[in-house]
Write a protein that binds this ligand. Structure first.
Ligand SMILES: Nc1nc2c(ncn2[C@@H]2O[C@H](COP(=O)(O)OP(=O)(O)OP(=O)(O)O)[C@@H](O)[C@H]2O)c(=O)[nH]1
Length: 555
């Protein structure tokens, strides 16, 4: 979609126009940005546009780091540096093209591989960033490298699962969380951390010690349980883990405990016995959540492990520990993509408090260290959308909404993946139902094929097609559609025009021309076999009147 937005960045107050959208843009003007001190205080609005000046934010990288402006997750340090080198290569370009992003993409790929992301994940990430970056609209005032930052951010968020994945709780009875994982990954510690987290949520908890192979594990869990004030159920090392789990759950039920967390044995590697035992425990307690605890230091191996456990036992998600350590981030980036299972929590230290839900968007921002640039690009995109909507509104009011606009909008729909975002911007149009939206999206490609074979004139002036059956026949032939389908498309455009105008005029208290009969008119004409010569005379008056109105000759 070619953006028509005019992101006004005039330096004088006179450049501030009256619409709210433009005021926003003007208020973002970089030269009106206050002193660096205000930035350090985290000022909003004008500060965001500081990002427009080059280098980013108008501060040297060293200053930003020293001042703490960039909150950098050290584990991603190398990745962040690699990405920065990619942005730097785009300085001075006008727009993102396949050619000029090739080298930055190589930098990003290298940075991902160095962060221990698998080759396959890195490849698909690069492909999707390239595709989205090249197809991005140019937003006036936003530098191409800033747009790439935004695309990379969005793709990182998507790669890590998009939304935060909350714990699922059982509708009745205790929620059972079964924890699994290799030896030493932090499973026992996670039991206590989770109990602490859930207690803060107001849930009562019980821990079940089902790791019978390492006697110290039971003691460790008992100590941790005491520390967080949660009872620990154990039967020593002689009983079967599935029996212990079953009995523990029975006790939890009798005590009306909200959540039961089962600690299972870890092994040095994935083996048959381990998987069988887990399956048995799972069968015995029917957990709501089966979470695999993995160590972030193991990078892409952790991701593969999540996939393997899911295949063997069936899990609901992962908990990534030791994110505070020296890992390079590959696990956080790859788990969802490789295994299809989300990371639900991350451990950031040895204390019971050091567990938090995994937020893909916050993680992406930490990797990029450019929250300010992102919020600026988002604001600018918003302004662009508002201005496009205003432009569209003007066209609708002047009855000039044509096939070019139609195509532009349908393309925008395909690009944004949602009709509602466009429709929602047109005042009064938010009553469109989701079913209508889905239908509209389905028709996009179909309509596009017909519009693509129209002449420039026909697209500009849909009346030409409404008036001439020959033209409609030609479009049908060239697009491989039927004449009726072309007629329907033409009618649809006029109907859309009519409805929009009616609605707008209604909002402005004006009367509107009645153009609802147009479709009927064209439809009726279709009913007559070609060559009968009847339709023109019979429907001539109606069409003339309607077309005049469409052209704005009549009121
Ligand atoms: N730095 C850091 N250390 C952690 C974290 N989670 C656990 N640890 C440490 O990792 C070590 C192993 O943790 P455990 O909880 O005993 O691991 P486990 O998976 O239960 O081990 P097994 O019972 O042998 O299977 C302990 O020293 C923990 O303190 C974390 O998020 N960050």
């Amino acid at each position: 979609m070619e953006a028509t937005a005019t992101l006004t960045l005039s330096s004088s107050p006179a450049g501030v126009r009256s619409s709210p959208a433009r005021t926003t843009v003007a208020s973002l003007h970089p030269r009106r940005v206050p002193t660096p001190a205000s930035h350090l205080r985290g000022a909003q609005g004008p500060t965001a546009l500081r990002a427009l000046s080059s280098p980013f934010l108008g501060f040297s990288r060293t200053t930003r780091r020293r001042s703490g402006m960039v909150v950098r997750a050290e584990m991603f340090g190398q990745l962040t540096t690699g990405l920065e080198s990619a942005w730097n290569k785009l300085r001075g370009v006008d727009r993102l093209t396949k050619e000029n992003i090739a080298e930055p993409m190589r930098d990003i790929r290298r940075a991902l591989l160095e962060a221990d992301v698998s080759v396959a994940v890195a490849r698909s990430f690069i492909e999707s960033v390239t595709e989205k970056a090249v197809g991005t609209d140019v937003i006036r005032g936003v530098e191409p490298e800033q747009q790439l930052v935004k695309v990379v951010n969005d793709e990182l968020v998507r790669l890590m699962g998009g939304e935060v994945s909350d714990l699922v709780f059982a509708k009745t009875g205790p929620t059972v969380i079964l924890l699994a994982g290799l030896q030493g990954v932090g499973k026992t510690t996670v039991c206590a951390k989770l109990a602490f987290y859930l207690k803060k949520m107001g849930k009562s908890c019980m821990l079940i010690a089902a790791d019978v192979y390492r006697p110290a594990a039971i003691d460790q869990l008992t100590i941790l349980g005491k520390k967080v004030g949660v009872p620990v159920y154990s039967e020593g090392t002689e009983a079967k883990p599935s029996e212990i789990a079953k009995n523990g759950l029975k006790e939890a039920k009798s005590k009306k405990t909200d959540v039961v967390i089962v600690d299972t044995a870890g092994r040095l590697q994935v083996d048959k016995a381990m998987m069988n035992e887990l399956r048995e425990v799972k069968k015995a307690v029917k957990p709501t959540e089966v979470l695999l605890v993995v160590d972030a230091m193991t990078g892409q191996e952790a991701a593969a492990l999540v996939g393997a456990f899911n295949g063997e036992v069936g899990i609901t998600g992962a908990i990534l520990t030791k994110l505070d350590g020296d890992s390079r981030g590959g696990a956080a980036l790859s788990i969802k993509e490789v295994s299809g299972k989300p990371i639900k929590f991350v451990g950031r230290g040895e204390r019971v408090e050091d567990l938090e839900p995994f937020y893909p968007d916050r993680m992406a921002q930490r990797i990029l260290g450019m929250g300010d640039v992102l919020s600026f690009v988002e604001q600018a995109q918003q302004v662009m959308r508002q201005e496009e909507a205003e432009e569209l509104q003007k066209k609708i009011m002047s009855a000039k909404f044509n096939f070019n606009d139609f195509l532009k909008q349908t393309k925008a729909i395909a690009q944004m993946g949602s009709f509602s975002r466009i429709i929602g911007m047109i005042p009064g149009m938010n009553k469109v139902t989701p079913a209508q939206i889905r239908e509209a999206e389905k028709n996009v490609k179909f309509m596009e094929s017909m519009i693509n074979v129209m002449t420039a004139d026909e697209r500009e002036r849909p009346e030409l097609l409404a008036e001439s059956r020959e033209r409609r026949r030609r479009v049908a032939k060239d697009s491989g559609k039927t004449e009726q389908q072309v007629s329907q498309l033409v009618s649809q455009l006029f109907q859309m025009r009519a409805r929009m105008q009616k609605m707008m005029a209604g909002m402005q208290g004006k009367d509107t021309p009645d153009m609802e009969n147009l479709m009927e008119s064209i439809k009726s004409e279709e009913q007559f076999a070609a060559g009968t010569g009847q339709p023109r005379r019979k429907y001539g008056n109606l069409r003339r009147r309607d077309l005049d109105r469409m052209r704005g000759y009549r009121r």
